[in-house]
Ligand binder design. Sequence first.
Ligand SMILES: Cc1cc2nc3c(=O)[nH]c(=O)nc-3n(C[C@H](O)[C@H](O)[C@H](O)COP(=O)(O)OP(=O)(O)OC[C@H]3O[C@@H](n4cnc5c(N)ncnc54)[C@H](O)[C@@H]3O)c2cc1C
Length: 382
Amino acid sequence: MSTNTFAPRSLKSQFERKGTLKRGDTAIVVGAGAFGGWTALHLLRRGIHVTLIDAWGAGNSRSSSGDETRVIRSTYGANEFYFDLNVRALELWKEHQKEWNQQVFFNTGVLWLCPSDECAIVDDSIPFSRKHKMEYEYLNKTDLGKRFPVVNSDDLHHGWYDPFGGYLKAREATRLVLETFVKEGGTFVNSLVSPSVTGENASVRLQDGTNAGADTIIYACGSWLGALFPHEIGDRITCTKQEVYYFGVPGNAASGYDKFPVWVDADGKDYYYGIPGNANRGFKVGVDRRGPAFDPTNGDRLPQPEVLTHARNFLAHRFPGLKNSPLVESRVCPYENSVDGNFIFERHPTQDNVWFLGGGSGHGFKHGPALGELVCTSFIHR
Ligand SMILES: Cc1cc2nc3c(=O)[nH]c(=O)nc-3n(C[C@H](O)[C@H](O)[C@H](O)COP(=O)(O)OP(=O)(O)OC[C@H]3O[C@@H](n4cnc5c(N)ncnc54)[C@H](O)[C@@H]3O)c2cc1C
């Protein structure tokens, strides 16, 4: 989860009237993660013949969408675009989990732990939360200690509790989106793709050496986008190694920790955050501080000892009851960082039918359903 507050500019213009598709046209979407999967599903539902292609499958362990869980929260500082996008995403997640008859959204709430009286990422979102009737609850230090006794609040000023947020089951939901896409008539191809241009026509080259073309090709390749298009995207999307840890909670206090809300330590530096409880996997602690550059295809997924030690020290301080908790699982995930943390949706500079969609920057998963809808409506106006 990235807590970048971003330039508060609106991204709406990126999605306005690009429209080139009509019912019956064809589209290829490369990448079946949160961005590509949802985009493919929305296009299909608007009458486009869609082929979705992924080298390793939806929610695979190399992808950013492939971890167990992701935080969902509207809080985005002064950035109303993402607040609104999340409000729509929440609606769509709830609709779809009903359709799937499987819970993927867990409304645990999100607890912001604030060390000083100002906490811009929450404070600046308060007007939007009022507008949407999704208000946060202010907890002074005493209330915080009473309501959440497992937190050491000695060095905290207050807390904010957002009762509308929680977490999503990430890899499971990503797989469900692909299953739905196929069930509703979409075509899925399991292949590594490389971009191909013959004359004026762009197409994709599959690993068996054949080419496939379409009226529109969308590359939603997460942290691979920069390397796949070094001239067009290059360093505008970089990949960093991010670690999440699952700590075992004490046997005699498991339910207390498992029922704890999603939390974010808004210290303005490390921004440790966590998702307790999910399916008994342990007390998840994520490190938002950017890690070293990472190769998402060949990089080993081993935690770095010094990053783990730092996280353990934090855990012992903020949740003293977990001081000696064992590490029961860990995962390395790639962040697909854009330069300013904003999403990227743009046309290839020379190929009119080719588009790039990415730059989730450690916060994109929750938005998948609403972002896919936005991309789809920008292609199809009627
Ligand atoms: C540690 C961590 C914590 C995060 N926390 C949160 C959070 O709490 N909340 C939140 O909302 N977001 C969070 N995010 C961000 C979120 O997970 C991503 O923004 C989102 O999953 C990106 O989806 P994507 O579809 O762009 O990329 P991916 O999920 O990476 O999908 C890209 C797909 O493209 C495929 N692909 C790549 N190259 C090719 C090729 N050449 N041919 C064929 N297929 C190809 C890959 O196999 C992959 O499946 C976090 C990310 C990380 C790493």
